[in-house]
Ligand binder design. Structure first.
Ligand code: NAG
Ligand code: NAG
Ligand code: ZN
Length: 405
């Protein structure tokens, strides 16, 4: 359901109804973030749909049903057809979604067949004991190159994320031979690519609950599992836009870096923070490019440089298929959230920190069809290349140079 409450009264009614029904929030992430005239996308159990229709009609609240049979849409992506295609031995299919095992096998294969550009290693283990693999992508020569970190799959149900990380690696390797921009990037930078950050959650979204978002860690007092891996970072931890309740989708965890996945990445970035010049996290959906701050309404010190990098990125993205992205500080462009990875990266000295919210704007939401993997990843690759290319140039923030502006 896409629901648009038109005033405060409708917001109050909607909050009550949706909390009571325990719906699955797609956008925004929790009931507390419902505001007048802002659309709310929710996934509702079959047994409750008639009742929700009735409530909304009775109160004259504006709404539409985008997907009337979610199960059917899910099966299009995990059913027989895709499975057969994915298993084709000859060539890896980048235009289907892959379960964790296949992504990991693909990483080993990349590491084996492209030793000149790819180096695969593990930065730790997940809550359930799975290795946390990262691919270093870049020409091996100078040991102290600048670096760009890219993670995908922080939120389990955002399947387009891992598909993008794989696409980017493929594209980088293939175009290294003929694309002078990519060659320069790989010669002068290292990319650290983590295709699946939240490995346990991603696996769970394939086996059990397609719309799982959090990690899979257990809680002592509650039966609910998992922590929001994008609210668990040690920066304004668990303040506005995060929840203390273990059953909420934006649960911040018992303490900062409680999740082994977050801790491992934070440790890696802390260790390499002198070299890592940009942090990029790939999410879905909203078609936005966001940068700090997430936790407050204020401009970052190097706002002009970051804003111009974002502008170049969305322009490059638009040049592929004319898809429009909004961009700006996460707090004002999407919503306020605390304990996020971009704020943490920024605070730890990574001056270019971005979160992408990829396609679409809610028609398919997390069930973005496999036919859209190619265009979505193609345009996003352009945006990431634009950001990375910008790092090779110098940017003086006007605000830094002329404080009176
Ligand atoms: C919501 O939209 C309606 C109609 O466009 C407008 O009259 C109203 O002022 C808006 N409310 C808010 C809080 O923006
Ligand atoms: C990647 O390949 C190198 C050899 O080229 C090997 O030493 C390394 O262990 C491989 N990485 C993994 C995770 O297997
Ligand atoms: Zn996300």
């Amino acid at each position: 359901f896409r629901i648009t409450p038109g005033n405060d009264e409708e917001v109050q009614v909607l909050k009550k109804v949706l909390s009571h029904m325990k719906v699955d929030f797609w956008q925004p992430n929790s009931v507390s973030m419902i505001h007048p005239n802002n659309t709310v996308d929710v996934h509702v159990k079959h047994s409750l749909t008639q009742s929700l229709h009735a409530h909304l009609k009775q109160r004259h609240i504006d709404y539409r049903v985008f997907i009337s049979n979610l199960q059917k849409e899910i099966e299009k992506q995990t059913g027989h057809r895709s499975t057969r295609k994915r298993r084709s031995e000859s060539e890896y299919d980048y235009e289907v979604y892959h379960p964790l095992q296949e992504i990991q096998s693909w990483m080993f294969e990349m590491n084996r067949t492209h030793p000149y550009l790819v180096h695969m290693f593990s930065i730790g283990k997940s809550y359930e004991g799975r290795p946390l693999y990262v691919l270093q992508l870049g020409k091996r020569s100078r040991p102290q190159k600048k670096a760009v970190w890219i993670d995908c799959g922080v939120h389990a149900r955002e399947w387009i994320g891992p598909a993008f990380c794989q696409w980017f690696v493929k594209e980088a390797i293939n175009s290294y031979k003929y694309d002078s921009v990519m060659r320069r990037l790989l010669n002068q930078l290292n990319f650290y690519i983590m295709p699946v950050f939240n490995v346990d959650g991603y696996h769970f979204s394939w086996t059990t609950d397609r719309f799982w978002r959090k990690t899979r860690s257990k809680n002592h007092k509650f039966h609910c599992r998992g922590v929001d891996a994008n609210r668990n970072w040690k920066v304004k931890w668990c303040e506005e836009g995060a929840s203390y309740h273990p059953c909420d989708d934006t649960y911040c965890g018992p303490f900062p870096e409680s999740e082994p996945e977050v801790k491992a990445v934070a440790k890696f970035l802390r260790k390499h923070k002198k070299r890592v010049k940009a942090y990029i996290s790939i999410h879905a959906y909203a078609q936005m490019l966001l940068y700090p701050y997430s936790y407050k309404y204020a401009a970052i010190p190097n706002f002009d440089c970051v804003e111009s990098a974002a502008h170049n990125a969305v322009t490059a993205l638009y040049s592929a298929y004319g898809v429009k992205y909004r961009y700006g500080p996460a707090s004002t462009t999407l919503y306020v959230s605390s304990g996020s990875s971009i704020d943490w990266a920024y605070r730890n000295g990574i001056r270019y920190a971005f979160a992408f919210e990829l396609r679409d704007t809610g028609y398919y939401g997390f069930l973005l069809p496999e036919t859209l993997i190619n265009p979505t990843c193609t345009e996003t690759t352009r945006a990431v290349k634009a950001i990375a290319s910008g790092l090779l140039k110098k940017c003086e923030s006007y605000r830094d140079v002329f404080p009176y502006l």
